[in-house]
Design a binder for this molecule. Structure first.
Ligand code: HEM
Length: 453
């Protein structure tokens, strides 16, 4: 059994201190040790891989599964969901969720996305300063809860939203603490986040029970989940619907919010990209609001959002473990040993992207796509667990950016520098204060009229 090079560390704690800055740590491994290496924390060994073909091999094989610790942590928070399931159960649950992401459903969600983006713009005053990380969190949470619950349960959806935001702050620290605890120990969670998890689960259960009792149809994602069934008649149980709803809320808003916040930052610091984006939106949409039908012509907007996801991938990290001893290139990974994949480092690997640190949307121009290795760009993962909301997220990103582009100017404070956080998701930890100015070209009246349309 050939072992890969071992990363330099101290004997007992291993590479624990390196996790103070995980992004730099993972980014340094391939240049120093090659595409596969091994490291440890308190003698718990892990492999690291940074080769697109090997990553594809791991993510697309059913012999590799999510690690028990990440399944346990996410399961303790969301209940039973696609995040904690594997194999046949995972496959059948995903199949039951799939109709919620069909093309015609997405077209319907797109209207909600634009209407909510407009509401956000209208809640801002010219001259005021807002934290765009918070604003994007609220906007994407508003969008995903509208799509899930419609307006019928807005009071409870609000409770869920507040609980989610509380958990978001707490869970990052909980996760760090529990990551290195033995598997048999119950998950440790502190006061506020613990109460928020209970609120989240109880409220979602209540909404589901009420819906089942009503028996009339609602035109939202929750209804699709409640009504959908397999060819053999299998339906999701209430507990499963609850878990999947929480998974969608959890996975579906923070990731997109981070991507949008990074987009606003990058557009503010790259005025020539913003000018090109605006010109495209003005040419395609004029003064009216963008819609899903415009997306095929909003090519540059798509390139911009894809490049944001390359440079700042919200799902920056994944891990898998083999169900038996399995080969990985010239090495063997023993059964149960976790393998880490750092999408952030992969996306900035100079072997696969020229000028990897630069923000260059043109690299995603149709004529340049063949230069990108098929598995070197993985913002939405790959294989059985690939993001179920990838089209949803791309549509949301493009439509929100297109709506903002011609309607507001957002400028940064002179000395602002973003600080990153990378734990479950990758985002900005010190907020993104921006000064707002409504643009004259499109009168607010037109915006409001369009939104009602
Ligand atoms: C820019 C935004 C987004 C990014 C970058 C993103 C990224 C990802 C990635 C990389 C995975 C796979 C993780 C793994 O392999 O372990 C994933 C899974 C998932 N995503 Fe997303 N996501 C985004 C938005 C969304 C949205 C909008 C939704 C739903 C509305 C969503 C729902 C999910 C779900 C349910 C899973 C779990 C799938 C499974 O395990 O079968 N995501 N996402």
């Amino acid at each position: 059994m050939k072992r890969p090079p071992v990363v330099k560390s101290s004997f007992l704690v291993g590479n624990l201190p390196d996790f103070r800055d995980s992004l730099s740590f993972f980014s340094s491994l391939a240049p120093r040790y090659g595409e596969v290496c091994a490291f440890h924390v308190f003698r718990q060994w892990r492999y690291y891989v940074q080769n697109p073909d090997l990553i594809c091999q791991i993510l697309t094989s059913n012999k590799w599964v999510r690690t028990p610790i990440s399944r346990k942590l996410l399961g303790s928070f969301l209940g039973e969901s696609v995040f904690s399931q594997e194999g046949a159960l995972h496959l059948s649950q995903r199949r039951l969720m799939q109709p919620s992401f069909h093309r015609e459903r997405l077209a319907q969600y797109a209207q909600t996305m634009v209407a909510q983006a407009v509401r956000t713009i209208e809640s801002w005053q010219t001259g005021e300063q807002r934290d765009m990380v918070d604003e994007m969190m609220r906007l994407t949470l508003e969008i995903v809860s509208q799509v899930l619950f419609g307006t019928s349960t807005s009071a409870e959806a609000k409770q869920i939203g507040e609980a989610l935001l509380t958990i978001q702050h707490g869970i990052q620290n909980d996760y760090k603490l529990n990551m290195f605890m033995p598997l048999w120990m119950p998950v440790i969670r502190f006061g506020k986040a613990r109460r928020a998890v209970q609120t989240l689960q109880k409220t979602t259960e209540r909404i589901i029970a009420a819906r089942r009792a009503e028996r009339c149809e609602h035109d939202d994602l929750l209804d699709t989940l409640l009504r959908t069934h397999d060819e053999d008649g299998t339906q999701l149980t209430d507990a499963q619907v609850c878990g999947q709803v929480l998974a969608l809320l959890f996975a579906g808003h923070e990731t997109t919010a981070n991507a949008l916040a990074w987009s606003l930052y990058l557009l503010a610091t790259h005025p020539h990209v913003l000018a090109k984006l605006r010109a495209e939106v003005e040419e395609v949409c004029g003064a009216r609001l963008p819609s899903i039908a415009d997306l095929p012509r909003l090519k540059y907007t798509e390139m911009v959002f894809k490049e944001v996801l390359r440079l700042h991938p919200p799902a920056w990290y994944a891990e898998r473990t083999p169900l038996e001893d399995l080969s990985l290139g010239e090495y063997t990974v023993p059964r149960g040993v976790p393998v880490s994949i750092c999408v952030y480092a992969l996306h900035r690997d100079p072997r696969f992207f020229e000028q990897p640190e630069a923000f260059l949307p043109e690299r995603f121009a149709p004529e340049n796509l063949s230069r990108i290795h098929r598995y070197a760009y993985l913002p939405f993962g790959l294989g059985a667990h690939q993001c179920i909301g990838n089209h949803f997220a791309m549509i949301e990103g493009q439509l929100v950016l297109a709506t903002f582009a011609t309607r507001v100017d957002l400028s940064l404070l002179g000395d602002y520098v973003p600080r990153v956080h990378a734990l479950i998701t990758y985002g900005i930890s010190n907020g993104l204060p921006m000064t707002i100015s409504h643009r004259q070209a499109v009168a607010t009246r037109t915006v409001a009229a369009d939104a009602l349309h």
